[in-house]
Write a protein that binds this ligand. Structure first.
Ligand SMILES: Cc1cc2nc3c(=O)[nH]c(=O)nc-3n(C[C@H](O)[C@H](O)[C@H](O)COP(=O)(O)OP(=O)(O)OC[C@H]3O[C@@H](n4cnc5c(N)ncnc54)[C@H](O)[C@@H]3O)c2cc1C
Length: 403
């Protein structure tokens, strides 16, 4: 566990942009900053600008519930997320930043025989690819989290769970800050309050971006804009199989420290963990209605609280301190979309939906390699956009943790 008192590393902010860069990254969230960091640190490519419309990590990267895990249901996804989980384990050592990484484990609880079969299959598949996930009995679950009501409020009995032992959390804004610091000190220009308002296209190729301060030339433009992808891709004439949905979360007042692993229910689609400060952090499924609203909603709060208190009745005695929402780019198959688009010079890292925080290290590392070499790394080849036209979708909704 890292030291809370260690201060943030410095960031070199650029005052103005150059007329042109080798790479312009739109969006200063985790994925944009991680790509910039890896371009500079692994490939020595520093003629790069990251343009952020607001402040860095103001999007989903600073709004998520910080769960890092690799217990997916498809080999391609397990391999990718396990690599990311391992990069997170080394991130403090690599960057020197205190990201408050803590390995906690996560319990995915099953309430029906069908869910038990799914979780058993998940354990086998995870073990085959190298992610540590094992089945646990109700007695073992109670030992790990004594606060759980094993009857699930009488309606959602806990029959067992898959226990993914290496699941972790890390402080989200510190992750963004770590990459921002590492990239900027190596020479990448970071600009906040610099929205991209258009793309410059010449002879069918993206050659730069438009901003309120004027145009900027680019060898390559990468869009890493979270829930704003449909608008930005449209600027390049690209239509993606992505819809944007709000996702909410809330925290309670402090609870005595020592709450065990993160708990999640496969049927109720809700989860809870304890923050470093002791607050209980609760999340659940995204809003069914697509929207760009980041307004918290009472109906989401009511639904989330009902669900989670079926499992953790002690939460009824707690106060809700804060609630917030982000807007998530949900792809048609619940898997990310990384790489080239039909428009030359325009790349995307998108479809991170409600699950992309855990992917920030591996996603940025792979996108940087793709940009530096012009070749798609094997690890992310299955997540290319053309999978939808090749009919090779990676449908993994059951592993998204939300629906
Ligand atoms: C409530 C909630 C809980 C979540 N919980 C988890 C979790 O526990 N684990 C997990 O793995 N994932 C989780 N996620 C998902 C995760 O947060 C996202 O997938 C991830 O942060 C996406 O990162 P990003 O860099 O792609 O996007 P963002 O962090 O959204 O960054 C995109 C940035 O682009 C900027 N931008 C947009 N348009 C423009 C423009 N035109 N010009 C310039 N800049 C622009 C935005 O201002 C923003 O800062 C959660 C999300 C939410 C909302």
């Amino acid at each position: 566990m890292s030291d809370y008192t260690r201060s943030l590393l410095p960031i070199r902010w650029a005052d103005a942009t150059k007329p042109a860069y080798d790479v312009v990254i739109i969006g200063g969230g985790g994925h944009g900053l991680s790509t910039a960091y890896h371009l500079a640190a692994r490939h020595g490519i520093t003629n790069v600008a990251v343009l952020e419309a607001d402040y860095i990590a103001s999007g989903n990267t600073g709004r998520n519930t910080t769960i890092i895990r690799a217990n997916y249901g498809l080999p391609e996804a397990i391999r990718f997320y396990q690599h990311s989980l391992e990069l997170y384990q080394q991130l403090e050592a690599e960057t020197g930043a205190a990201i408050l990484h803590q390995t906690k484990g996560i319990l995915w609880m099953a309430h029906t025989e069908m869910a038990m079969r799914t979780e058993r299959a998940r354990c086998l598949m995870n073990a085959a690819i190298g992610a540590k996930t094992e089945m646990v009995t109700p007695a073992q679950i109670k030992g790990l989290v004594p606060q759980l009501d094993l009857t699930g409020g009488g309606r959602y009995p806990i029959l067992g769970a898959s226990y993914h032992v290496e699941a972790a959390t890390a402080r989200h804004d510190r992750v963004a800050w770590a990459y921002a610091s590492g990239a900027s000190l190596r020479g990448v220009d970071l600009l906040q309050h610099s929205p991209v308002t258009g793309l410059r296209v010449e002879a069918g190729r993206v050659v730069g971006v438009e901003t309120p301060a004027g145009p900027i030339g680019a060898g390559v433009v990468l869009s890493a804009v979270g829930g704003r992808i449909s608008a930005v891709a449209a600027m390049a004439g690209v239509r993606l199989p992505v819809r944007t949905h709000p996702l909410h979360a809330f925290v309670t007042n402090d609870h005595a420290q020592g709450f065990g692993p993160i708990v999640a229910s496969t049927e109720l689609m809700c989860y809870a963990s304890q923050t470093d400060r002791g607050q209980m952090l609760i999340g659940a499924e995204f809003d069914a209605q697509p929207s760009y609203s980041r307004q918290s909603s009472f109906s989401a709060l009511r639904g989330y609280t009902w669900k989670i208190t079926q499992l953790l009745p002690f939460l009824r005695q707690m106060r809700i301190l804060r609630t917030w929402a982000g807007i998530c780019d949900i792809s048609a198959d619940y898997s990310p979309i990384m790489g080239f688009t039909p428009t030359e010079g325009f790349l995307v890292t998108t479809g991170w939906g409600t699950w992309g925080f855990k992917a920030i290290p591996a996603g940025g590392e792979a996108m940087a390699e793709l940009i530096a070499t012009g070749r798609t790394p094997e690890l992310i080849a299955p997540f290319a956009l053309d999978r939808f036209t090749r009919d090779h979708v990676l449908a993994d909704q059951g592993s998204a943790g939300t629906r």
